[in-house]
Design a protein. Structure first.
Length: 491
């Protein structure tokens, strides 16, 4: 190991070191003042973001480390910035939410840092074993965070369900990696791309079985149908701040691996895996949107919404072209800011006396808290794909990529399912603006300064990315060039 190797993992390394320091420092922090630990974690995230500015030049050139097992490129650095931004926004929402729900536990923040480090490592991975290790580093802190609201039974239940199903998914992934190694003799993505493109591999059946098992393992992480069953229960039972983090950062991390593996390492075999991705995309869009129609709990509705949006992102994977990769990265950002805006408002619903996330609990919110109702309405419009929001721009780029690759029918299906989604998204808007509050409305938490910053930032980003997407598209273009420049993703 040398200095060049360390350069390739500086952002996740900062988070791991910061998590250790934060955990040790928390021992000296009084139980009633865990905000100090939270601010320390934010500082760690900011240091990680600052490092991206210094590393961007190296990332554009591409820098391999640890024998080619990890890479520092613009694609990884772009995702590092997204993960760190989501982490900061999540912490801003916890300052008041966590104490009100009895989650006065300093370990919350080191666990969040470690999970984010796993996400970053997944974006830097150029080896299937590193992908697996990154998923485990991502997942184990999240298993704990889902159940950190103990002794709440639903929180503990969500943690156990996520752990058990996550273990099965990891098993599929490891077995798939083993089969690919048996078929090709390598798990390095660069070498894998070269070998599969040569067409001289002796055992295609073994290779295809390995690809299928890896697809199953990664589909679990992005909550694609039929590997989505854990999502509603886990999202509903976990603390709202953790749910928001999972719905955005975890999904982005899963697709970071999907893009790196399928649009880089396995790009020469696109004719083989594309039908499976297309099928997953279609099923995920249909099931996610149709089942969301019957939900009366906003958390469960957004869980099925998250499943549906995984289907939209899979359109970009199925397209298998640079436009699809561009659409994926842009959509991950637009979906993140939109979903964080919705969950930021949800953290206000309830106090230490309890939390009611039924859609009826939002009745009359426009009269009680007009600003919060406007932000939630903006989030619902963006998730639907109504212009000029970030959600509309994101879907436009993904559908354009599908048409360019000859998958016009999949783009049409995406449009039709978006029309279906308008019913359950706009139902929330109708309840907030057109229904009177109940005689005993759900108590609202005080919106502190930190939460106000998170809500305002998410809402403004949701609107601005829809009106002026060009600045983000320029950065996304540089990130995608790391894939097209490899020669594996068609230019």
């Amino acid at each position: 190991m040398n200095l060049t190797d360390l350069y390739t993992i500086v952002p996740p390394l900062i988070l791991v070191a910061g998590a250790i320091v934060t955990l040790m420092a928390d021992l000296a922090v009084p139980r009633e003042n865990k905000a100090i630990t939270a601010w320390l974690a934010i500082v760690v995230y900011i240091l990680s973001l600052v490092s991206l500015g210094f590393l961007w030049g190296l990332g554009i050139a591409g820098l391999h480390g640890f024998g080619g097992m990890v890479i520092l490129d613009s694609y990884a650095l772009f995702l590092d910035g997204l993960f760190a931004s989501i982490g900061i926004t999540t912490i801003l929402l916890t300052f008041r939410y966590n104490p009100e729900r009895g989650i006065v536990r300093g370990e919350f923040y080191p666990l969040l840092l470690l999970s984010t480090a796993g996400m970053m490592l997944m974006a830097h991975a150029m080896n299937l074993l590193i992908v697996f290790l990154a998923i485990e580093l991502l997942s184990f802190p999240l298993y704990i965070l889902c159940g950190i609201a103990r002794p709440r039974v639903d929180s503990e239940e969500s943690s156990l369900k996520y752990f058990l199903l996550g273990a099965f998914a990891s098993g599929f992934l490891v077995y798939g990696i083993a089969l690919i190694y048996g078929a090709t003799g390598t798990i390095q993505l660069t070498e894998l791309a070269q070998k599969v493109s040569s067409g001289t591999l002796p055992s295609s059946l073994l290779l295809y079985a390995g690809i299928g098992l890896i697809l199953v393992g990664l589909s679990f992480k992005v909550a694609a149908v039929p590997f989505h069953m854990w999502t509603p229960d886990v999202y509903e039972g976990a603390p709202t701040t953790v749910t928001g983090f999972m719905a955005t950062a975890t999904k982005a991390a899963g697709f970071a691996a999907v893009v790196r593996v399928f649009l880089f390492g396995l790009a020469p075999l696109i004719a083989t895996w594309q039908p499976a991705i297309v099928t997953l995309s279609a099923l995920t869009m249909i099931v996610g949107n149709v089942v969301a129609l019957s939900q009366t709990n906003l958390k469960r509705m957004l869980a099925y919404s998250s499943i549906a949006h995984a289907g939209y992102v899979l359109i970009g994977v199925a397209a298998g072209n640079p436009l699809g990769a561009t659409g994926i990265l842009f959509y991950l950002v637009s979906y993140a800011v939109t979903t964080l805006a919705a969950f930021a408002v949800m953290t206000v619903m309830g106090t230490s006396a309890g939390e009611d996330q039924s859609i009826d609990a939002y009745a009359g919110l426009a009269r009680r808290k007009p600003w919060l109702a406007i932000v939630m309405a903006l989030a619902m419009f963006s998730l639907t794909g109504v212009p000029p929001t970030a959600g509309f721009a994101g879907k436009y780029f993904l559908f354009q990529a599908a048409v360019a690759s000859g998958l016009t029918w999949l783009a049409v299906l995406g449009v039709l399912t978006s029309v279906i989604s308008a019913y359950f998204y706009l139902r929330v808007v109708v309840v907030m603006f057109m229904r009177e509050p109940d005689t005993k409305p759900v108590p609202l938490s005080v919106t502190d300064g930190a939460r106000s910053i998170a809500i305002t930032f998410s809402a403004l980003a949701t609107l601005l990315l829809g009106i002026i997407p060009s600045p983000l598209l320029g950065i996304v273009g540089q990130a995608v060039s790391a894939l097209t420049g490899s020669g594996h993703l068609p230019g």
